[in-house]
Ligand binder design. Structure first.
Ligand code: HPA
Ligand SMILES: [Zn+2]
Length: 338
């Protein structure tokens, strides 16, 4: 029998909640700053890491948007994503659905084309190097206006056949899903899948809005849904995937201690929870670190870990046949490794 760490790293899994800008490691931040001739307000990598102490989501977002300033060229976006794919492959990820925030870049004068072409070339390379499949999710910044979200969707038009879904991220409180109902409807009319961050800091009402007004296919986070019994029952009944991010929850003070993480309660309540890394460079770990952290803190067994991996495939936006072949691959791997 393999030890639990080896089991977790080898377990075939999909990552469904990953912000590519949040995978910018401090050493790459320095390398890109040097390459692009940009001054950054940190003396060294240790100073960057020391700055990553967050009291809430907004503390993190301020530092995360500042860090993204070193990303300027198509090559930078390629290198960022290539580094993520290498790390993810080592963690047993066979499929990744990657969010990117175009507005963080276009607002600084970076062409949309540079962002997406750099990411797409890294996606193709990940398939060739690691046999890893991937999809892109264009995420709107919810602190910006509906009009700006519509402009971003229009800018994405030439690449819509290479974008799987739209998402909604950034400052949750005060920016309810309702604000984006029309742009989500427009994205749905274009055949895109829909996801939204809801119930990370925001109340259960925001989760209801994501379901009823945005008509999302997945909820990103969803922790605060647990405060509402009827909502939990509905999410379970509808088989709604929740993309849960344990180390993010800890770093952003959604929970006080990893021992308090509700992942096993979510499974026991029949919720289709998955484990993801969110912004791994900022939150202290990639996807296998997230699995390991809750496995240790909550005493998860191999069946629970396998369920989480299974949920990651059935909750993905892959075509049915690809979901089926990933489930088969997982079943075979489990037969050899339990
Ligand atoms: O966890 C998050 N929440 C909201 N917005 C984000 N943008 C990157 N990560 C996050
Ligand atoms: Zn997120």
């Amino acid at each position: 029998m393999t030890d639990l760490d080896t089991f977790i790293a080898g377990l075939p899994k999909a990552e469904l909640h990953l912000h590519i800008e949040g995978s910018l490691e401090p050493d790459l931040m320095f390398a890109l700053a040097r390459r692009n001739g940009i001054a950054i307000p940190y003396a060294d990598v240790e100073a960057v890491r020391a700055a990553y102490a967050f009291g809430n989501l907004q503390d993190f977002l301020d530092i995360y948007y500042a860090g993204a300033d070193v990303l300027r060229t198509r090559q930078d976006f390629h290198d960022l994503a290539a580094a993520y794919f290498d790390r993810a492959a080592a963690d047993g990820v066979v499929h990744a659905e990657i969010m990117f925030d175009p507005q963080t870049h276009t607002a600084r004068g970076i062409p949309f084309a540079a962002v997406i072409e750099g990411l797409l070339s890294a996606c193709a390379e990940a398939e060739a190097r690691h046999g890893m499949t991937s999809l892109l999710i264009l995420s709107f910044l919810r602190h910006l206006s509906e009009e700006e979200a519509f402009a971003t969707l229009a800018e994405a038009e030439p690449w819509l056949d290479r974008i799987a879904a739209v998402g909604l991220d950034s400052s949750e409180m005060g920016h309810p899903p309702e604000k984006f109902a029309r742009v989500f409807q427009a994205a749905r009319d274009k055949g895109l899948k829909l996801v939204a961050h809801a119930g990370e800091e925001g109340p259960p009402a925001y989760v209801y809005e994501a379901l009823d007004l945005l008509k999302v296919d997945r909820i990103d986070h969803g922790n605060r849904a647990l405060e509402d019994k009827a909502l939990v029952e509905r999410l379970a009944r509808e088989g709604m995937t929740l993309t849960v991010c344990p180390l993010s929850n800890l770093k952003l003070c959604v929970i006080d201690a990893i021992e308090d993480h509700p992942i096993d309660h979510m499974l026991a309540l029949g919720l289709k929870a998955t484990i993801n890394s969110d912004d791994p460079a900022y939150f202290g770990g990639y996807i296998a670190d997230n699995y390991r952290a809750v496995a240790a803190a909550r005493g998860l067994n191999r069946d629970q870990l396998a369920t989480l991996a299974r949920n990651s495939f059935t909750g993905s936006f892959l075509p049915e046949e690809a979901v089926a072949s990933n489930l088969e691959r997982l079943a075979k791997w489990l037969a050899d490794n339990v």
